[in-house]
Design a protein around this ligand. Structure first.
Ligand SMILES: Cc1cc2nc3c(=O)[nH]c(=O)nc-3n(C[C@H](O)[C@H](O)[C@H](O)COP(=O)(O)OP(=O)(O)OC[C@H]3O[C@@H](n4cnc5c(N)ncnc54)[C@H](O)[C@@H]3O)c2cc1C
Length: 387
C-alpha cells in the first residue's frame, strides 16, 4: 500500500468513526464537562487504534517514526467533525513528541505506550506569563540538586492543564542564549506542581495555568542533555506545525460544505442563492484557497517525513501553518457571511467553526512568528527565495 492510500484510509475511518463529539452538538457547559468529553473522545480514539499514529513503532505505532503526513490526515478529518476531537488527538502527539523524538529508551517505554492507549494524557508546557512568542524569555528555573532538579516558575495557556498525566516542560538551566533551556517530564502528582487556573477560551478547549514551587524531578526525567531544550522545542514545533495547517484545512472544508448546502437551499429574489454569480465566486475562491493550503500542508509534511535539511523543512512547515490557518479563517468567515443572520446564531455549525478556527493563528507560533521564521530562512539560505 502506498502512503497516499494509507493516509486516505485513515481519513475515511475517522470520518465514519462513531462516538466523536460533533460540531453540531451542544457545547460543554463547564470546564469539568469539557474535561470529561476530552477523556471520552480519547477513549474512542484509543479504542479505534488512532492514537497509535502519534507514537513510533517501538511503542506500538504503525511506522518506525511518527509520520507527519498521517498525523496531518487524521487532524484534517477530526477537525472536519469536531475541534475538541482534533485537540484531544493532537495533544497526545505534541505533548509526547519530545519523548518520541529525543527521549531515552526508558522514558519512551515509560510513557509512550500509555499515550497511545489513551491511559496517559500528554501536554506540552512552553508558554509563560512573560514568555509567549519569545522563548528566550522563559524564566521557569530548573536547579540541579543531587540526583535531580528543582523547578520553580509558572506556565500559562497550557492545553490539558489539569487533565494531563505528563507535561513535557521547558525550563531554564543556564543563561546561555543558545543552550539555556532544558526539557523535563513533569508528572501530575509531582509535589510542587499545581494547576492554578482553568481558563475558558472562545471554543471548547481544555486549558489552564501551572505553578511549580520547589517541584523536584529526578534526573532520569530530563529529556536529552542539559541545554538541548531549544533544539527539542524547535524540532517538535517544526514537525507539528504542518498538522495545525491540516486541522485548519479540515475546518475550512467543513465550512465550505456547510456554505454550499446552505446556498443551494436558501431562496432569495425568486431563486436559490447558489444561482447568483457573486455567491458562486465566493465558493470558487474558498475551494481554490483550500486546495492551495492543502497542497502546502502536504508538501511540508513530506519534507518533515523525508528528513529534509532542517532549514527547508522549517520554512515549509511555517509556510503551511501560516497559509492554511489564515486561509481557514477567511473561508470560515465567508461561510458565515453566506449564511446571513443564521451564521452568527449560537449553536450553528459555522458559528462554532468561526470560534474554533481562531486560536490556530495564534498557538504554536502566531502568524507573525511564522513570517519571521520564513523570512529568516529565506535570508539565510544560499538558495534564496527560489524554492
Ligand atoms: C488555545 C490555545 C492553546 C495553547 N496551548 C498551549 C500549550 O499547550 N502549551 C504552550 O506552551 N502554549 C500554548 N498556548 C500558547 C501559545 O503558544 C501562545 O499564545 C503563542 O505562542 C503567542 O504567545 P502570547 O500569547 O504570549 O502572545 P505574544 O507573544 O505576547 O504576542 C502578541 C502578538 O504580538 C505578535 N508578535 C510577537 N512578537 C512579534 C515580533 N517579533 N514581530 C511581530 N509580531 C510579533 C504575535 O504574533 C501576537 O500577534 C496556547 C494558546 C492558545 C490560544
Amino acid at each position: 500500500l502506498t502512503d497516499e492510500s494509507l493516509a486516505d484510509a485513515l481519513r475515511r475511518r475517522i470520518l465514519d468513526l462513531p462516538g466523536i463529539e460533533e460540531a453540531a452538538e451542544p457545547e460543554p457547559a463547564s470546564p469539568a464537562e469539557e474535561d470529561a468529553r476530552v477523556r471520552r473522545i480519547l477513549d474512542v480514539l484509543a479504542g479505534a487504534g488512532l492514537l497509535l499514529h502519534v507514537v513510533p513503532a517501538s511503542a506500538g505505532g504503525p511506522h518506525e517514526t511518527v509520520r507527519c503526513r498521517m498525523v496531518c490526515r487524521a487532524r484534517e478529518a477530526l477537525a472536519f467533525r469536531s475541534g475538541l476531537a482534533d485537540v484531544a488527538f493532537a495533544m497526545q502527539g505534541l505533548g509526547s513528541a519530545a519523548i518520541a523524538f529525543r527521549g531515552a529508551e526508558a522514558q519512551r517505554r515509560a510513557y509512550l505506550p500509555g499515550v497511545a492507549r489513551g491511559s496517559l494524557v500528554a501536554a506540552v508546557a512552553l508558554t509563560e506569563p512573560e514568555a509567549g512568542s519569545d522563548l528566550d524569555a522563559i524564566a521557569t528555573r530548573a536547579r540541579r540538586d543531587g540526583d535531580g532538579y528543582v523547578l520553580d516558575g509558572a506556565k500559562s495557556l497550557i492545553t490539558n492543564a489539569g487533565i494531563a498525566d505528563l507535561y513535557t516542560l521547558f525550563a531554564r538551566t543556564s543563561e546561555d542564549p543558545r543552550r539555556g533551556l532544558t526539557c523535563f517530564v513533569v508528572e501530575k502528582d509531582d509535589a510542587g506542581l499545581a494547576v492554578t487556573e482553568r481558563l475558558r477560551v472562545l471554543a471548547p478547549h481544555p486549558i489552564g495555568s501551572l505553578e511549580l514551587r520547589g517541584c523536584r524531578v529526578p534526573a532520569s526525567r530530563r529529556v536529552g542533555e542539559e541545554g538541548d531544550g531549544l533544539g527539542i522545542a524547535r524540532q517538535v514545533l517544526d514537525a507539528y506545525r504542518p498538522t495545525v495547517g491540516a486541522a485548519a484545512v479540515g475546518f475550512a472544508r467543513r465550512a465550505l460544505g456547510e456554505a454550499v448546502a446552505h446556498v443551494k437551499r436558501r431562496r432569495q429574489f425568486g431563486a436559490p442563492l447558489s444561482e447568483q454569480q457573486g455567491i458562486q465566486f465566493m465558493l470558487a475562491d474558498s475551494a481554490t484557497e483550500i486546495e492551495a493550503a492543502a497542497l502546502l500542508v502536504e508538501r511540508a509534511a513530506a519534507l518533515v517525513d523525508g528528513g529534509e535539511g532542517r532549514g527547508r523543512a522549517r520554512r515549509a512547515s511555517a509556510m503551511a501553518k501560516y497559509l492554511a490557518t489564515e486561509t481557514a479563517q477567511r473561508v470560515v468567515d465567508r461561510a458565515v457571511q453566506l449564511h446571513g443572520g443564521r451564521g452568527v446564531i449560537r449553536g450553528g455549525v459555522v458559528e462554532r467553526l468561526y470560534r474554533e478556527v481562531r486560536a490556530l493563528r495564534i498557538y504554536e507560533g502566531a502568524s507573525e512568528v511564522q513570517r519571521n521564521i520564513i523570512a529568516r530562512e529565506i535570508l539565510r539560505g544560499a538558495e534564496g527565495a527560489a524554492r
